[in-house]
Design a binder for this molecule. Structure first.
Ligand code: RIB
Length: 323
């Protein structure tokens, strides 16, 4: 990563450091990760199987968890000890999400308040740990171009922009980041046809699962075939293709292809596994890890997340990840 400075911070101290102290420890020259991302309240129902059309089913448990792809990724970055700020919007009902971000060491000073409700997700988790997610965007889709621009104005050269596809103005954000010369990590989730019209030449690092890769590559097939197609379409991008329990494959023109195998764990809930992976990958790169070590670290963190229920709550601390 550009602007990288290797830290002297030990994993033990990293989990409890505030952003201010992190800045002092990491030094002024290190880039921050500015995550323009969603904040959701997740209503999670445990069910025997995912509801079929027309069916009524009793859930065996119900819990409210902090969630949202953006929020989860910021929490993962924060728990991994990264220098990270979150940009987003919540309603009055979601202010507790900010407390959790701050507890993870994330700078929330750029999160705006909305008069409307916070984003919501209704999540069913079945007996194998697989999920299905119904989203209501709420405040996440009320972010205006002016608000995005104001947050971009606070970025320093070398800072990384991170975003997903759960807030308004993603296309504008990508174009503006490119115009300002800021590197961008993009996770096009949830994938929709509009993503194909985004200025994807702004993207430095693309993190996709197989479904997202197929939509962007315009074909289906093995991970190798998907990466071949993506590499032709987006030759300058670093691409991370996550494969769930089968691990991850990385591709870039300079590094070629790196594969890291999945881990065998008892899956309880896969929610936020991809978010954990992405947050930990960026945090590990910010610490100066090479790509293989960053992939392995992120893979390990995601494997812990799937053994626990919930989204943001299931994300491990740096100390818990065996590297
Ligand atoms: O990636 C998992 C997340 O997707 C959930 O927390 C939910 O809020 C949705 O945004």
């Amino acid at each position: 990563m550009r602007g990288l400075r290797v830290s002297t911070m030990t994993p033990k101290t990293s989990k409890i450091l505030s952003q201010r102290i992190r800045k002092m420890v990491w030094g002024k020259s290190i880039m921050s990760i500015i995550n323009f991302g969603s904040l959701n309240i997740d209503d999670v129902y445990t069910v025997d199987h995912i509801l079929r059309p027309g069916e009524t089913l009793a859930a065996s448990s119900y819990q409210i968890f902090p969630g949202g792809k953006g929020n989860n990724q910021s929490i993962a970055l924060g728990r991994a000890g990264a220098l990270v700020a979150h940009v987003g919007k919540v309603g009055a009902d979601g202010l507790w999400l900010l407390d959790l971000l701050e507890k993870a060491g994330v700078d929330t000073s750029r999160v705006r308040k909305s008069d409307g409700p916070t984003g919501r997700a209704i999540i069913q988790v079945d007996s194998t740990g697989q999920n299905s997610i119904l989203l209501f965007a709420g405040a996440n889709k009320t972010l205006t171009h002016d608000e995005l621009r104001a947050a971009l104005d606070t970025c320093r050269p070398g800072d990384w922009i991170l975003t997903q596809n759960e807030i308004s103005g993603v296309s504008y954000l990508l174009a503006e980041a490119k115009a300002r010369g800021l590197p961008v990590a993009f996770n096009p989730a949830p994938m929709g046809p509009e993503v194909l019209d985004y200025p994807l030449d702004a993207v430095t690092l693309l993190v996709v699962n197989e479904t997202e890769a197929e939509a962007l590559a315009g074909c289906s097939g093995s991970p190798e075939r998907l990466l071949d197609a993506l590499a032709i379409r987006y030759p300058d991008m670093q691409i991370v293709l996550t494969l769930g329990g089968d691990g991850v494959v990385f591709h870039s023109a300079s590094e070629g292809r790196l594969r890291v195998k999945g881990q065998s764990v008892k899956v309880v809930d896969t929610t936020a596994a991809g978010d954990t992976f992405l947050g930990y990958f960026l945090a590990a790169r910010q610490r100066g890890f090479d790509i293989r070590k960053a992939l392995e670290t992120a893979n390990q963190a995601a494997a812990i997340t799937v053994t626990r229920p919930g989204a943001a709550s299931s994300i491990p601390l740096w100390d818990e990840v065996r590297i």
